[in-house]
Design a protein around this ligand. Structure first.
Ligand SMILES: Cc1cc2nc3c(=O)[nH]c(=O)nc-3n(C[C@H](O)[C@H](O)[C@H](O)COP(=O)(O)OP(=O)(O)OC[C@H]3O[C@@H](n4cnc5c(N)ncnc54)[C@H](O)[C@@H]3O)c2cc1C
Length: 281
């Protein structure tokens, strides 16, 4: 199928992008196009205007300050995979990136596009929540910062309004105490996961604190497993696995039934917990 007709504008600056989307009834930002173009081609969305942000300056930077790493919305997955700053200071993101699609998709797809689109089966939104990150959002009334825990509201719904541009995400920079772990189960490498899990913790030997366990592919948004987090902080992996039923109610989908997903979630949680505790998965 071909997309419904639409107008196209290339934004020269962030202000220009905000002005263009404010002036149209139904506009969409075009970043890497790896989700948007597919939805247009399938006529799942029919915006009147596409605002191309690919040439907006300064959105493709990775910046490190004392306690945070800021990743610009237009940083492409492939660039992030090659980044020494991300490998060192945001290792969870470095672990997750190779699981996203295939190299052709990672050459175009952007970090901001993934966070903004918020596919509940996508890797980076779960990492963003597990890392307790922040979204930097520019809109007609200025810039605001939204914590990851408050960012995702429902299926493909987030704190972003149709008038906003996500300009960057900020992640607390990893320290010597930071442990991160990532695992997913997909039918084939590069497919969206049936179930996946991103986790972070502060570690002293095997003792964990500030545990954040976030599943993806199990609900309408990334899902934090609060009971499992509390159980893992006591060091009891099997107790954490037993709480999965309390934390997750995965619906059936084309990939698997909810019951299978819950079972797989337990398998992943065991692997990830061992990684967090410094044991082999
Ligand atoms: C075959 C295939 C396999 C894939 N497999 C995976 C996978 O395994 N895991 C995975 O996570 N993804 C996968 N993807 C999707 C891919 O990761 C997309 O790149 C990503 O979802 C969107 O990023 P993008 O830069 O391409 O955004 P676009 O497609 O350009 O935009 C997506 C949406 O986000 C909005 N948007 C984009 N940037 C911003 C911004 N800065 N501020 C506000 N709104 C914005 C757009 O308006 C649009 O609504 C796959 C895609 C394909 C085609």
């Amino acid at each position: 199928m071909k997309p419904a007709p639409f107008a196209y504008e290339r934004a020269r600056s962030l202000d220009h992008a905000i002005e263009l989307i404010a002036g149209a009834e139904d506009a969409r930002l075009l970043a890497g196009g790896q989700s948007l173009i597919a939805t247009l081609n399938m006529r799942l969305s029919r915006p009147q205007l596409l605002v191309d942000i690919n040439r907006v300056p300064d959105l493709d930077r990775i910046t490190l300050n004392t306690s945070q790493i800021e990743i610009g919305a237009l940083v492409r997955y492939a660039e992030a995979e090659r980044s020494a700053e991300i490998a060192t200071h945001a290792p969870l993101i470095a672990k997750a990136l190779p699981f996203i699609g295939h190299p052709a998709i990672r050459n175009r797809g952007t970090i901001g596009g993934s966070i903004a689109f918020g596919d509940p089966a996508a890797e980076l939104p779960a990492c963003f929540v597990a890392l307790d990150g922040e979204a930097v959002i520019a809109g007609p009334s200025g810039t605001r910062v939204v914590k990851a825990d408050a960012f995702y509201k429902g299926l493909f719904e987030s704190a972003l309004t149709p008038r906003d541009v996500l300009t960057a995400i900020r992640i607390p920079a990893a320290t010597s105490e930071t442990r991160t772990a990532f695992a997913e189960l997909a039918r084939r490498h590069g497919d969206y996961a049936m179930v996946g899990l991103a986790a972070t913790a502060r570690a002293a030997g095997k003792a964990l604190s500030d545990v954040r366990i976030v599943f993806f592919g199990v609900g309408t948004t990334p899902v934090r497993a609060h009971s499992a987090e509390a159980a893992l902080a006591t060091g009891d992996i099997e107790a954490a696995v037993k709480t999965i039923a309390a934390d997750l109610e995965p619906p059936d989908d084309v990939q698997a039934t909810g019951a299978v997903k819950r079972q797989l979630a337990g398998v992943l949680l065991r692997r990830v917990a061992r990684q967090l505790m410094g044991e082999d998965a």
